[in-house]
Design a protein around this ligand. Structure first.
Ligand SMILES: CC(C)(COP(=O)(O)OP(=O)(O)OC[C@H]1O[C@@H](n2cnc3c(N)ncnc32)[C@H](O)[C@@H]1OP(=O)(O)O)[C@@H](O)C(=O)NCCC(=O)NCCS
Length: 229
């Protein structure tokens, strides 16, 4: 049976009452549900990125728990970084359940307060997953094409200007980061060396499929990990 992709967009963390009360509510949920290693990483961040980090981690944990039909507190964060190894709070996301890896591939991306989550339940051995969301406004700087894109990708944007150019760049960048998350390397690899226009396994996510506002570009990569047969 083909593994099914599940995608969910989570809107920005909303301040319901006073900002202080909302921040306390977020912290209380984080202390209740997240693991020490995650809370330690949060403490190293400035207040705004810390809130975004905690909101994303809570959303991802609740999403995974819902798919597995278990309480979120049953999951233990089990991230894997190609540089630092397992047992850290960064890198490729994952959880264990009762000491064994939860049967889920997960990927997360944040942009402008939104969190985009993707999962595959009971993945085939050697399968990988990556998801990414980009706000086109973030690509509006000189030198983007030279640093970020390969020759065929630059060529595909030739003649575009203004909003169309930003949208085209964001689309390619989302595809690229989705692929680099699938690989587990992230941007340790120079992004202009990874062409993603026609790479099998990568596709754009429409706002109808992702649940994100239409201005965002989003992409998913789902395929066998490179080097696996
Ligand atoms: C993967 C990467 C491109 C995403 O960066 P970004 O665009 O700033 O952030 P996004 O919001 O789209 O994605 C963040 C999520 O990507 C995922 N991620 C991070 N590193 C990853 C990796 N190596 N493989 C797969 N997914 C990864 C995590 O789920 C992370 O969420 P978190 O902040 O809750 O941990 C970037 O983090 C990267 O290049 N990482 C590799 C370098 C690195 O991590 N160095 C420091 C530790 S040695």
């Amino acid at each position: 049976m083909a593994s099914q992709l599940i995608v969910r967009a989570v809107p920005p963390f909303r301040v319901s009452g006073t900002p202080g009360a909302a921040a306390r509510e977020l912290l209380d949920s984080a202390r209740e549900l997240l693991d020490d290693v995650e809370l330690r990483r949060a403490r190293e961040l400035e207040p705004l990125p810390r809130a975004a980090f905690l909101a994303g981690r809570l959303a991802q944990r609740r999403f995974a728990a819902e798919l597995l039909d278990i309480p979120p507190s049953d999951l233990t964060a089990a991230y894997d970084c190609p540089e630092c190894g397992p047992g850290v709070a960064h890198g490729r996301p994952g959880y264990t359940l009762g000491g064994t890896p939860a049967p889920l591939l997960l990927s997360l991306s944040r942009s402008a307060g939104w969190v985009l989550l993707a999962a595959v339940q009971h993945p085939a051995p050697g399968q990988g997953l990556g998801v990414d969301v980009q706000d086109p406004a973030g690509t509006d700087f000189d030198g983007f094409n030279e640093v970020a894109l390969g020759p065929a990708e630059r060529e595909s944007l030739r003649g575009l200007a203004g909003a169309e150019l930003m949208t085209g760049r964001a689309r390619l960048w989302a595809r690229k980061e989705a692929w680099l998350k699938l690989c587990g390397t992230g941007l340790r690899i120079a992004p202009d060396t990874v062409e993603v226009l026609d790479r099998p396994g990568i596709r754009d996510l429409s706002s109808a499929e992702s649940g994100l506002p239409a201005r965002f570009a989003a992409a998913v990569a789902l395929s066998r990990l490179p080097g696996q047969t």
